[in-house]
Design a protein. Structure first.
Length: 119
């Protein structure tokens, strides 16, 4: 079993910053991809950013240059962080942490943490 625990969401003004964290625990395979997805009200869940266990990153075009995904050395490298700068109202939504194996198979999700960008 794998558990994902997210933290760090909240309310921020446009132009502000937030940092999200997601700690994975349980039976974690060494070759994995962790990432963040965003779901705005009434819309589908979309990719924000991912990072592999080897450190390769991928970003949605809308967040390039503003968001940075990273892995913490603690928790065996199984904590993923999302530093979000220059936030816009369009970044509002529920942010979900995801973990999947590079070799395929199960897909795990966190419970979601809300981010609201509003003045």
């Amino acid at each position: 079993q794998v558990q994902l625990v997210e933290s760090g969401g909240g309310l921020v003004q446009p132009g502000g910053s937030l940092r999200l964290s997601c700690a994975a625990s349980g039976s974690i395979r060494s070759l994995n991809v962790m990432g963040w997805y965003r779901q705005a009200p009434g819309k589908q869940r979309d990719l924000v950013a991912t990072i592999t266990s080897g450190g390769n990153t991928n970003y949605a075009d809308s967040v390039k240059g503003r968001f940075t995904i990273s892995r913490s050395r603690d928790n065996g490298g199984n904590t993923v962080n999302l530093q979000m700068n220059s936030l816009r109202p369009g970044d509002t939504g529920a942010y979900y942490c995801n973990l999947r194996w590079i070799t395929g198979g199960n897909d795990y999700w966190g419970q979601g943490t809300p981010v609201t960008v509003s003045s």
